[in-house]
Write a protein that binds this ligand. Structure first.
Ligand code: ADP
Ligand code: MG
Length: 552
């Protein structure tokens, strides 16, 4: 993706250099959950130190302790060799530690400049602070390629630019150590590339970066050293150059994991799902789908790539009967109603559409219900689930659920457990089992592995491929390009409510898809992150000049 080289090894022997940060024996519990267990780690100055681990491994907790958000139950923090108490974020900032949050904490209707200065004003005087900040912002922008318009309102900025403001904010407070918690989750590949360049520049200037992610590729690409967390423990710290994605995956999960999905070439047959000129206007009057057409054949997976918020969710919602739309949708040649009484999820299921919704917590499951009730959810008209037209056969549903749980390796395999008491990965397995075992002609799948651990990802991917191989049509929506590449037989990219283009996975790459995801269909002459930047700048300028109601 990028050609960033690891920084040259620091000149002095490593033993002579104090770690920028050292944590010793950090433990932290939330009630019965021990999020961090006796964690020790040394982060060397001028390096990018990755921390990788599955969801819930305890990464954010550890960083929140370092940034003074949580108080550790035990353990010590050393900054540049000196034992340091960090009871709050003020103390962290004073110790030279800055944090870029997963969910930005910027004031939306303030300008970039105001946000940078906020909380770091010189005394009570705002004006001199602003003037000083403007200068310093210009310098930082030049030094690190961190350019953003100081006078733009945050609400008009793209997510990538908002993230830069967070970084600027930390640098303005003279942070030497920057913590980034899953910073690429919200970025396009080109934006992520640009972020990596910024991080590389920061490293060159001697800053220390702690980079948290659950993506192996990013660790391999940008870090010098990587620490792996599993279930609250630090399982290993290794030099990135001396490890491999396979080894890291094994350290994360605790067993060998197939990183590539094994699949045969698709053998697509007749058209099963046909979508023509689909339009959707949301309840705020914003057009979310602007004439989408596509088709999926029996025995193939069409993957929809795109940055979240470009209409993919609405596409699935309309097809799954959760939202109304206009246009034409046919399944096996028969037209489906897109509005009215017969456009609900129930009717869709009867027409052979299975749906693994993007948001399993709200649309896929009822958290307060038990697993077996959730398995009947949407399928209670199944004769096998009924004793007679008035009474459900609960015993039969429980038994069916137990079978699904066994086949889909749901842990614990207890049909009586409430949905909310399963981990994210196991909740998802319940939804996938329910939808796949109905043997739908069309399977709609949204973000099938969001928040799911690598072990379960492997399993869910295998199930989706199996369904394809049984001759079903699969429409996959995912913001994870890796997932799109490993599952799709064809890839369509959505941008701004439209399909920007369609490619075969073997004939395209992340770069090209990344451009389409940013709404650029031609190869630009300049580096892609510059092209994307310019385009974002144009969009932001437009947004600033008009009513932003149409924006995200
Ligand atoms: P990661 O960032 O690696 O995904 P977290 O540090 O967010 O993991 O979470 C580790 C564990 O601690 C999880 O089981 C999570 O549910 C739990 N946890 C985190 N924060 C809290 C909190 N404020 N209250 C209760 N439990 C929490
Ligand atoms: Mg986290």
């Amino acid at each position: 993706m990028t050609d960033i080289q690891a920084a040259p090894a620091a000149a002095p022997a490593e033993a002579d250099v104090q770690p920028a940060i050292e944590l010793r024996g950090i433990s932290k519990s939330f009630g019965p959950v021990q999020a961090n267990k006796d964690i020790s780690i040394r982060v060397m100055p001028g390096t990018i130190h990755g921390i990788i681990g599955e969801n819930g491994a305890g990464k954010s907790t550890l960083m929140s302790i370092l940034y003074g958000f949580y108080k550790a139950d035990a353990g010590e923090i050393f900054v540049a060799g000196k034992r340091t108490e960090i009871p709050d974020s003020q103390a962290a900032i004073a110790a030279g530690i800055g944090m870029v949050f997963q969910h930005f904490k910027l004031v939306q209707n303030f300008t970039v400049l105001e946000n940078v200065v906020l909380g770091a004003e010189d005394g009570q005087m705002l004006k001199p602070s602003l003037a000083k900040a403007r200068k310093s912002l210009t310098r930082l922008a030049e030094e690190y390629e961190l350019n953003v318009d100081p006078d733009a309102l945050i609400e008009h900025l793209s997510v990538g630019h908002q993230q830069r403001v967070e970084i600027l904010k930390a640098l303005y407070r003279e942070a030497d150590i920057l913590i980034l918690d899953e910073p690429t989750g919200v970025l396009t590949p080109a934006e992520a590339d640009h972020l990596f360049r910024i991080l590389d520049n920061l490293r060159r200037e001697g800053k220390t970066i702690i980079f948290i992610t659950h993506k192996l590729r990013e660790i391999m690409e940008i870090t010098d050293t990587v620490s792996v967390m599993r279930r609250g423990q630090m399982t290993a710290t290794v030099k990135t150059a001396e490890t491999s994605p396979e080894e890291l995956a094994e350290l994360m999960v605790g067993r060998k994991v197939l990183l590539r999905v094994d699949k045969e070439k698709a053998a697509p047959k007749q058209k099963v799902l046909e979508v023509e000129n689909l339009r959707v206007v949301d309840d705020k009057g914003v057009e979310r789908l602007r004439g989408v057409s596509l088709e999926v054949r029996a025995g193939e997976i069409l993957g929809i790539a795109g940055v979240a918020g470009n209409g993919q969710s609405e596409l699935l919602a309309v097809l799954g009967g959760i939202m109304e739309g206009e246009g034409h949708v046919r399944v096996n040649g028969a037209e489906l109603p897109l509005s009215g009484r017969h456009a609900d999820g129930q009717s869709r299921r009867r027409r052979g559409i299975g749906h693994v919704p993007e948001d399993r917590q709200h649309e896929g499951l009822i958290m307060e219900f038990q697993a077996w009730e959730n398995v009947a959810f949407g399928y209670h008209h199944d004769p096998r689930y009924q004793l007679n037209p008035l009474l459900m056969n609960n015993a039969a549903i429980r038994e069916d659920t137990a079978g699904k749980m066994e086949r889909f390796d749901v842990r614990p395999p207890d049909p009586g457990l409430h949905a909310r008491n399963f981990s994210g990965g196991n909740q998802q397995k319940i939804v996938v089992a329910r939808e796949i075992e109905r043997n739908p002609d069309v399977l709609l799948v949204g973000q099938p592995t969001r928040g799911v651990d690598i072990g379960a990802i492997e399993f869910i991917h295998q199930q989706i491929i199996r369904l394809r191989d049984e001759g079903k049509a699969v429409l996959l929506v995912s913001v994870e390009l890796d997932e799109i590449f490993s599952l799709s037989d064809r890839i369509a990219v959505m941008f701004d409510g439209r399909i920007m283009g369609e490619r075969l996975p073997e004939e395209t790459d992340e770069r090209e898809l990344g451009l389409l995801m940013a709404g650029i269909s031609e190869e630009p002459d300049q580096p892609e992150w510059q092209a994307v930047d310019e385009q974002l700048d144009r969009k932001e300028a437009q947004a600033a000049g008009s009513d932003p109601a149409g924006g995200e």
